[in-house]
Design a protein around this ligand. Structure first.
Ligand code: PRP
Length: 204
């Protein structure tokens, strides 16, 4: 049986669309309460995981395949086989702040983010010193509350920024969802994994 870790949340809908269109499943994976959904006739089971945990399951081989955003892959810094770009979950990782906020690197600005490693690499690559404050969600609250002046976060439609009077200052990365594979599974279940990936390729 092939086990596939998929992210709970907003990308799941697009994952379902691809899986149904490709004929890999006939009934969509729903986010009820059950966290492992089996399709015995298809020899597949899907693990509904927190997006940041998908690479962990794949790394340790409890999932042969994973669907993970590039944002997550950049942050976990694990060497995983990345087989294909699914072309879904499009968004960007950006530096954002309040209108007209001047970023003064001489004053070690504070940056709130769910992606401390990626943000750290970005500022280091520019030789800019910042203090990074890790938050786990609702990052846009940080400048509103005065915790930090800036954030590094995902921007999709831009609505959350707008609703919180924030603006995109600079785009750091282009994000989309990728297929990642456990290395041992890739050799041991090569045929099944190729079938899975090729079925998706047809509909992308
Ligand atoms: C993400 C991201 C932004 C929002 C951007 O949060 O962190 O807050 O989506 O989307 P938008 O540009 O379409 O408004 P998510 O919904 O994943 O939840 P989180 O705040 O818990 O990270």
């Amino acid at each position: 049986m092939l086990s596939i870790a998929v992210p709970k949340g907003r990308v799941l809908e697009e994952v379902n669309e691809l899986l149904l269109k490709s004929g890999l499943i006939d009934e969509e994976i729903n986010e009820d309460r059950k966290l492992i959904i089996e399709y015995p006739e298809k020899q597949m089971k899907f693990i509904l995981a927190k997006p940041m945990d998908v690479p962990v399951y794949v790394k340790y081989g409890v999932a042969d395949i994973g669907v993970a955003g590039k944002d997550v892959l950049l942050e976990v810094e694990e060497k995983l086989l990345e087989l294909m770009d699914l072309g879904i979950g499009h968004c960007r990782l950006s530096l954002c702040g309040r209108a007209n906020a001047e970023i003064d690197f001489g004053k070690m600005p504070k940056i709130a983010t769910k992606y401390p490693k990626t943000a750290g690499r970005y500022f280091r690559s520019k030789g800019q010193q910042v203090e990074i404050i890790k938050l786990n969600g609702s990052i846009e609250i940080a400048p509103v509350l005065g915790l930090t002046d800036f954030i590094v976060d995902i921007v999709s439609t831009g609505r959350t920024l707008k609703e919180n009077d924030l603006f995109e200052i600079e785009q750091i990365e282009d994000i989309s969802s990728r297929i990642i594979v456990n290395e041992a599974s890739f050799y041991l279940k090569n045929e099944e994994i190729n079938h899975f990936v090729n079925s998706l390729k047809v509909v992308i």
